[in-house]
Design a protein around this ligand. Structure first.
Ligand SMILES: [Zn+2]
Length: 227
């Protein structure tokens, strides 16, 4: 029956071709025109606890719509489009494995997948780096971070990630996340990995808001619930 489901899928693709999440045009879930218009995020000092930190693009309307389609409309294939674009934008970091930022079990059950893991899977293929999606675990529900102020957010997330793998974690890790806000989650992941023996922790993320008013963590425009 495999050939039949394959055929059916091809027919459905013909009848309902992918529409771009940002402009509604043809050419895939995120069309080449919209990808070309994404604004590269400037290099900035990594969050303490990270050896390097690279963000693909400024969190604008196009990125917001693409991530919304991935996370809330649950179009997992959007992770492939975003992963391809990010792998083209950023060079593969020196590392032994990619580790997606874990999603809390409750949120995972609700959504059915971890968007950071989907993204890491595509980056893994494109960069030729292994993915290590089990081992780093989110210890407790850190709640909806978006509602917390920056300082609260940092204490809320600290110590929330623990390495639970049967073996030691990879020595050189690249954390993968979708939207970077204060960096508190990445710092907590890095602390959990280092406590278990990881020596180098780098991070890549799809996007980050450019202007973050002090104390709020991220900008008014382009607000986005982290997680
Ligand atoms: Zn488009």
């Amino acid at each position: 029956m495999l050939w039949f489901s394959d055929l059916l899928k091809r027919l459905l693709d013909l009848v309902f071709p992918d529409r771009c999440a940002a402009c509604g045009g043809a050419g895939g879930l995120l069309c080449p025109n919209c990808v070309a218009q994404l604004q590269p995020y400037p290099l900035e000092t990594p969050t303490p606890g990270l050896d390097s930190m690279h963000v693909g693009w400024i969190y604008d309307q196009t990125v917001r719509q693409a991530i919304h389609t991935l996370k809330y409309r649950r179009r997992r294939r959007m992770a492939e489009a975003l992963g391809d674009a990010l792998a083209t934008r950023l060079a593969a970091p020196p590392a032994d494995a990619l580790v997606p930022v874990p999603l809390h079990a409750g949120r995972l059950a609700e959504r059915g997948f971890n968007q950071a893991e989907e993204l890491a899977r595509r980056l893994s293929q494109r960069w030729g780096l292994p993915i290590c999606a089990t081992g780093l675990e989110r210890g407790r529900d850190t709640g909806h971070q978006a509602r917390l102020k920056r300082a609260e957010r940092q204490t809320n997330v600290a110590g929330a990630f623990v390495w639970c793998g049967p073996n030691a974690p990879p020595a050189r890790v690249v954390l993968v996340d979708d939207v970077l806000t204060t960096g508190a989650t990445l710092a907590a992941c890095a602390a959990g990995l280092r406590a278990a023996g990881t020596r180098e922790v780098r991070a890549v993320a799809l996007a980050r808001s450019l202007a973050r008013p002090p104390g709020t963590g991220y900008a008014k425009m382009g607000q986005h619930p982290p997680g």
